[in-house]
Design a protein around this ligand. Structure first.
Ligand SMILES: Nc1nc2c(ncn2[C@@H]2O[C@H](COP(=O)(O)OP(=O)(O)OP(=O)(O)O)[C@@H](O)[C@H]2O)c(=O)[nH]1
Ligand SMILES: [Mg+2]
Length: 452
């Protein structure tokens, strides 16, 4: 299971949680921690993120947001921040780009990808091979450029990389974007630093981008720092994001050095390059459109979570959640009392219940948020001591909790009577939320009868 899937499961804990207690949030945070550690995110960064979520989760609630939405947003935003924040996209019209990096990190492949990327955006691109260290480098890049039809300059006879760059600059006088491939080494040694400095003296590239393989994980931090201190780095490209479970760790590590990841490589082909955007990346690996979609899903989940099967309802298991949903649904079609009257129902529908105002509903919701899933599903469990706890947890009076339970019982009674009316053609109609529609149906029938 990849990082995205694990994070999604962790956030699902909050989406589907019954009481949204601090223990449940802690458990979700623990799952986020495990997912990040498995992706090789540095432990300190994981701890900082957990602390941030836990300290804010039950803090001040922004207006118009439910606690659940708020906590989901908090987790999501914290993860975006960990992976790269929201600023700094790849430059749209860079002039000269020098790609740097250790052996085999993906520099040459990325030169080809970048050439195609900028050419597609209508820019005239030229590529220079400044890798005179590895004999096959010239041929590799030349072939890549032939494939993408990118103008290419190289000089396999010249040993001094800076000199080839000088020649290349003369060769490409009109090109708008120049991309230079440099040689790697097994470590950032003196030789490599000197070579890069010499290239830079001639090239004067505004963009010096470090290429790091996703498999580096948290080691990417060390590499990014070292390259930055030695030769200056103003952008990062992480390759092999498609094939490594440590991609998240590499992203977090680079962001921790304040370096901006501009692109990610997601395959070996020239088209396998993506502009990096932490938010888009996160929402994609988690399988959501964006945060908004995630929050909407949370809402749906909340509603679905209250849904009982028709069978359960028929058995008379009318829970507090159902109660709350029915009150909300009944409001949509006007006062329940009128309908009940029209239907000629003999039972007594409690007046206060029919006039449940928005404020009261909100109060019910707050009290229910302080209940456990077990209590929600089986309100008969709610003893005196539990009432005491729920009242304290929700900041309500014990009397208010009792009133909620009393109303729930009355509605449950009423519900049973509705069921006794039989005449339910489709048991599916008994599903939660359809109760109100059912009432409407009964009322229509009654009207028809009157006409006859
Ligand atoms: N799956 C996958 N493979 C990649 C990606 N980018 C590069 N590679 C592969 O990584 C290997 C090394 O790529 P190169 O581009 O030659 O790396 P380099 O940094 O130029 O290597 P040196 O010039 O030897 O230092 C090749 O097999 C590439 O096909 C990527 O995004 N995904
Ligand atoms: Mg190379």
């Amino acid at each position: 299971m990849g990082l995205g899937e694990k994070l999604r499961q962790a956030i699902d804990k909050i989406r589907f949680s019954g009481s949204l207690s601090s223990e449940e949030v802690k458990e979700a945070v623990r799952e986020i921690q495990r997912a990040l550690i498995a992706a090789d995110v540095e432990v300190q960064l994981v701890l900082d993120l957990s602390k941030k979520i836990e300290s804010k989760a039950f803090g001040e609630l922004p207006k118009g947001m439910t606690r659940r939405e708020f906590i989901i947003k908090l987790c999501y935003d914290s993860l975006v921040e960990l992976l790269g924040g929201v600023e700094g996209k790849a430059p749209e019209k860079p002039k000269k780009i020098l790609l740097l990096g250790l052996f085999g990190q993906g520099k040459t492949t990325t030169v080809g990808k970048l050439a195609k990327h900028y050419a597609k955006r209508g820019l005239k691109v030229g590529v220079i091979c400044a890798d005179s260290f590895r004999p096959a480098a010239f041929e590799q890049l030349k072939q890549l450029c032939e494939k993408t039809k990118t103008p290419f300059y190289g000089n396999p006879k010249e040993k001094k990389a800076a000199k080839i760059v000088g020649e290349g600059l003369k060769h490409f006088a009109k090109e708008e974007v120049l991309i230079v491939d440099s040689a790697g080494r097994s470590a950032l040694d003196e030789e490599l630093v000197k070579e890069i400095q010499e290239i830079q003296k001639t090239l004067q590239a505004e963009e010096t981008w470090l290429v790091i393989g996703a498999d580096m994980g948290q080691l990417a931090k060390k590499q990014a720092k070292a390259f930055h201190e030695a030769v200056g780095v103003n952008g990062i490209i992480i390759t092999r994001m498609d094939g490594s479970a440590k991609g998240g760790g590499s992203l977090a590590a680079c962001h921790a050095t304040k370096a901006q990841v501009y692109f990610i490589g997601v395959g070996e082909k020239v088209d396998d390059l993506e502009i990096f955007d932490a938010e888009r990346f996160l929402s994609r690996i988690m399988g959501f459109g964006d945060l908004q979609a995630l929050l909407e899903k949370a809402k749906e989940a909340q509603e679905e979570g209250t849904e009982l099967s028709a069978e359960e309802l028929l058995k008379g298991e009318f829970t507090l959640k159902t109660f709350y949903e029915q009150l909300k649904a009944a409001k949509k079609i006007g006062p329940l009392g009128k309908i009940a009257e029209m239907m000629g129902l003999s039972m007594q529908v409690p007046k206060e219940m029919l006039e449940t105002g928005e404020e009261k509903l909100q109060g019910y919701k707050i009290m229910m948020d302080s209940m456990t899933r077990q209590e929600m599903n089986n309100p008969e469990l709610i003893s005196k001591s539990r009432i005491d706890r729920i009242a304290k947890g929700s900041g309500k009076k014990e009397e208010e909790v009792r009133e909620l339970i009393r109303q729930y019982r009355q509605m449950k009674q009423m519900f049973k009577q509705f069921k006794k009316l039989g005449d339910i053609e489709n048991p599916e109609d008994l599903k939660k939320g359809k109760f109100a529609k059912m009432l409407q149906k009964f009322s229509q029938k009654k009207k028809k009868m009157k006409i006859r």
